[in-house]
Each structure stands twice: as C-alpha cells, then as structure tokens.
Ligand binder design. Structure first.
Ligand code: ARG
Length: 587
C-alpha cells in the first residue's frame, strides 16, 4: 500500500465507524502544503448523503482520529476539510519498509492481465514523419508503465500495409516494368529474393503514383484493381508487396531505434486479412452487418446519439475492405490470441470518429465483450511556431530522421553552452547529445496534457534549465556522481532515511510516486508522472543547494543525507526509464 492508501484506510475506518461510507475517507496530498501535508474532503459529501452538518461530520471523524499515533496534526478547515500531517517517525518507517524495491507501495494492479497497446501506425512505402512521433512516445511510455504495474503489456506497431496505396505503387511499377515476373500472371518460377525497389525508390514512387491517381480516373481504377488482386492473393503482387513491407520495416526500425521505442509485435493491417471474410459472414448471419447499396455495413446509430454516427463500412461497393474493417478484424485477432483486458490505441485524436465507429461495432456484435476496455487515447497536434501542424521550412512534411538530427544538433549546442560533457571524448559526446536530444523530444511531448496541441520549440526543449528532459537528466546525473564521490571517499549512506525538517518535503514527494504513476497509467496521461518527476528534481535541487552533503562534518547527518540522495537518484532513474528517457553515464 502507498502512504496515501494507508492513510485513506485509517480515515475510512473512522467514516465507517460513524456509519458513513468508508470511501469517503479518501486522503490526498494537500492543495495547501503551507497548511498541511494531506487532506480529506469526505466530510462534505458524507454530510450531504447523511443530511448532516459537514462540520459536525468532520468533528466526529477528527474525534476518532485524534489519538491515532500516525498523525502529528489533525485540523478542520473551512466548511469541513480535514487537514492532516503524519509524524516524521511514521514517514521514516514507511520509507524504510517501502523504498527498497523502488515502488513505495505501488501495487501491481495489472498482475494477471494483458494490455495491448497500438502506438505505431507508420505506413509501408512512406517515409516516417513527425506525425509518427507522438503515438510512439506516448505509447511506449504507457507500455513501460503497464509492465511496471504488472500487466503483460504488448506493443503492436500495426503497420498501414493493406490499403489502396499498395495498389497505387503496384500498378505504377507495372506500367514502368511490365517485364518483371511479378506482373506475369502465368509466371510459375521463384520470384527474386532481392527487392527490386529500395525504400528511397518507394518514397519517390508513392507520391507520384498517388498524384497520378487523383488526376486520372483510369490510373485510379488500375490502382483499385491491383489492390483487390493483391488482397485476393495474386502471387506476383503478394511477392512484390512483401518486398515493400520488408524494405519499409527496415527503415521504420531505424527510426524507432533512434528514439529507443520498442514494439513486441510487428504486425500490420494485412495480418488480419484472412479473418475478414469469416468475420463479415458471422456479422451478417447474426444480423449486425447488412447490405446497403452494394456495400456491406454495420449500422451503429443509437437513439440517444447527439451527433451523426455513419455506419462502419466493411466492404465498399467494389468489394474493397476499409480501414475500419481491418481495425475490427484486428480486435477479433487480439481477443483470440492475447485475451487482453484492455486494448489502447494511441492515435491522433482526429481519428476519434473512426475509433468510436469501430468500438461500437465491436461492442454491439460482442467482438469485444464489455469486460474488455477499448480506449482511444487520442492526442493533439505538434505545431510549428505559426500554430499550424509542424512542417519543414519549405512547408513540406518533416521526416522523422531529419527532426532527430535537428534535435541532436540543438543538443550539441546547448551542451557546449552549458559546459555539459565537454571533457568527454568525441564519441561519448555524440552519444550524450543523442540521449539529450531524445530526452528533450520525449519529455516535451509527454509533459503536455495528451489532448492538447503544443508548439515545437527545440531551443526550449533541449535547454538544461526549466521543465525539460535534459534538466531531469542533468539532475539525475548530478546525484549519481555525488553518490560515486561518496563511495570513493568511503562515505556510507545510512540504512534508511530519518525524516526531519530539512528533508521532510523531499521524503513526502518520494512517497507520492504510486499515485502519480497509477493516475498516469489508468488515464493514459503520462504528464502526471512528468509533473511528479519534475517536482522531485526541483526539490532535490533546492535541497542540494541548501545542505552540505559530502562536506557535512557530522557522520550521522551526512549518512542520512546520502540515504536521501540515493532514494532520489533511484526514483529519478526509475521514472525517467518509465517515460522512455535514458540517463547518461555522466554529463
Ligand atoms: N496507419 C494509420 C494512419 O496512418 C494509423 C494506424 C493507427 N492504429 C490503428 N489501429 N488504427 O493513419
């Protein structure tokens, strides 16, 4: 149990003893740290339910708590807020028992459950661009938190590999190279092992083919036909398409590796193709899917809808499958293979209607029983200084690798200016610059409310001051090197932390980890954890400024301060790791 859970349990008992619901004893960190460490606001709501005076309820609760040795202060404020402080001994004892494993009483509430996270979505044959940044940063952080909470967490890249763009490229290549064996319908030999196109070729071909299809209905027809034949299993098309996928994945992996983002599954829309026909048949048989003007749709309107809910289209009139079809079939597959209790989609919030449609169809038909939580964790846009979606200076789409390079360059400059890692050799400096750049990009993204847009500002993101990734890395490295020095001069840290005036604020902050982490994970809002780690780093920074540590003459005090430093270091490193941020060896 976390400290807050412990306090809530005690306060809850007092409510229960008054014949009031125990949940009302919920204790949280005080909004007014100048008045108290913790507060309980339950007397107000309890009074409403019990039709009593809130202050009288608060008094009754306080009367039951006032002799409890946990508390050093219990007061009623305003209409019935209960303000609480715990004794330093209680705090010390809590830390002693719960800090060792780094969890501070954080419960493995996901144990025995599986969470599937979908946070990739790059498309085959297209360069990865800045639009692919937010899903993977947020999704990978959530995956890490889910693992820490005991879930079996499965990250799936879910490539866009099955739509019309594939047919556009195939038909464009067929025009250019009609002699390739892939286009000979009677070809019986083995197709070449080497891809006839590179990633660079595909990046060139796709935009041209797509533009041609927009202009010329005949080209569009050919592309549609090729898509259908590909999906129907035409061998040459499939063989060619496999090359597209392989060269694309190689390029995609380079980008995700550069960001330190991990996926457990490298599946794509195409993987569920064989599940689609039986799924649609089943939906038709059970009356959930119907024919509509030649198309096959799932009507999902409800009577009390406040907005328009267009049906989910499973087959278009020409028989092609849609984005929603593969997403629905992917739920079928995920349920079958992984038995998840949660499926989370970290995808641009502009796709919210799409997910509402897919989720409704899945729920109505029982493809996703109610016990499975389906969440679209949508996010806002990363904008340029002009407040519009971030572009290159020339107004084009910025490639992800270019952006990472830009950030690395900014990190090099900031490191020079701040005098960071300047005595390291060139190779190490470069490694640190990369780590700083990635931390800058990730933290700048994660610290925002997920749904908000934010403005891309590399100078600010890479700064070693302020609420930034590099600032947090710097603080973590600073504590680490302090501890190394202590070790070198044979200074021991005490076995556990004795809480006193000088370190109480930091000790309390350390104990808040479980709530910050649980909130972040349950609501898919990593910014809560970002706030926590930033407050911790700041509090440490002032502690460090105010107290001598290595030069403290009293060995007992020094050992206690070192113990605190160790706890701070461990928590900084842990939280940064959960956010996907690496702490450099030195800075
Ligand atoms: N490939 C899609 C796109 O480019 C994103 C996929 C997101 N995940 C999903 N299961 N729909 O928009």
């Amino acid at each position: 149990m976390s400290l807050l859970q412990k306090l809530s349990a005690v306060t809850g008992e007092a409510f229960a003893a008054e014949g009031l619901p125990a949940e009302m004893g919920h204790v949280r960190v005080s909004d007014r740290p100048d008045l108290a460490q913790f507060q309980c606001n339950g007397a107000m709501s309890a009074a409403k339910t019990a039709k009593k005076n809130p202050r009288a309820v608060a008094e009754a609760i306080v009367a039951r708590l006032k002799d409890n040795p946990l508390f050093s202060k219990i007061e009623i404020a305003g209409p019935g807020f209960i303000n609480l402080n715990v004794t330093d001994d209680v705090l010390s004892a809590f830390l002693k028992d719960n800090a060792k494993d780094g969890r501070y009483g954080f419960a493995s509430f996901g144990a025995g459950e599986t969470m599937v996270l979908d946070y990739g979505g790059p498309n085959v044959a297209k360069a990865m661009h800045v639009g692919h940044l937010r899903p993977c940063i947020i999704g990978d952080a959530l995956r890490r938190m889910a693992l820490f909470a005991g879930y079996k967490a499965i990250g799936d890249v879910h490539l866009g590999d099955w739509g019309t763009p594939m047919g556009m490229i195939i038909s464009a290549l067929e025009m250019l190279h009609p002699d390739w064996p892939y286009f000979d319908a009677d070809f019986k030999g083995e197709y070449p092992k080497e891809s006839p196109v590179t990633m660079a070729d595909l990046e060139q071909i796709y935009p041209k083919a797509s533009a041609a299809c927009k202009e010329d209905p005949a080209r569009m027809d050919a592309a549609r036909r090729a898509t259908m034949e590909l999906q129907d299993g035409r061998a040459g098309y499939r063989a060619l398409w496999k090359h597209f996928v392989a060269v694309s994945i190689a390029g995609i992996k380079v980008n995700y590796d550069a960001l330190g983002v991990h996926f457990d599954l490298w599946k794509g829309e195409a993987d569920v193709h064989d599940l689609i026909a039986p799924m649609v048949q089943d939906l038709e048989k059970r009356g959930f899917a119907v024919k509509d003007d030649g198309a096959t749709i799932v009507p999902i309107k409800k009577n009390d809808d406040e907005k328009e809910f267009p049906p989910l289209i499973l087959y278009k009139r020409d028989g092609a499958v849609m984005y929603g079809t593969t997403d629905l079939a992917t739920i079928v597959e995920r349920v079958q293979l992984y038995h998840p209790s949660k499926i989370v989609y970290v995808v641009d919030q502009r796709q919210s209607l799409h997910f509402e449609q897919v989720f409704r169809a899945a729920r109505l038909s029982g493809i996703a029983p109610d016990a499975i939580e389906l969440t679209h964790a949508g996010f806002g846009t990363m904008n340029g200084a002009d407040g519009k979606p971030f572009k290159t200076r020339a107004g084009g789409v910025m490639r992800l690798e270019d952006m990472i390079e830009m950030a690395t360059e900014a990190a090099r400059t900031q490191m020079k200016e701040a005098g960071v890692a300047q005595d390291a050799d060139a190779a190490e400096q470069e490694r640190i610059a990369n780590q700083v750049a990635v931390a800058a990009i990730k933290f700048a993204d994660l610290q925002n409310q997920r749904q908000s847009d934010y403005i891309f500002d590399l100078n600010r993101f890479t700064s070693f001051e302020g609420k930034t990734g590099p600032y947090l890395q710097y603080q973590a490295v600073r504590v680490k090197s302090l501890l190394k020095k202590a070790e070198a001069q044979n200074d021991q840290s005490s076995e556990y932390l004795i809480v006193n005036d000088e370190n109480r604020a930091l000790a309390l902050l350390l104990s808040e980890l479980p709530e910050a982490l649980a909130l972040s994970l349950r609501n898919y809002t990593p910014h809560v954890l970002c706030d926590h780690v930033y407050r911790l780093a700041n509090a440490f920074s002032s502690f460090y400024g105010n107290c001598h540590i290595l030069s403290e003459p009293d060995a007992g005090i020094r050992a206690n301060r070192l113990r605190l430093c160790r706890m701070v270091m461990e928590q900084l490193v842990l939280v940064l790791d959960l956010l996907g941020i690496v702490v450099p060896e030195r800075m």
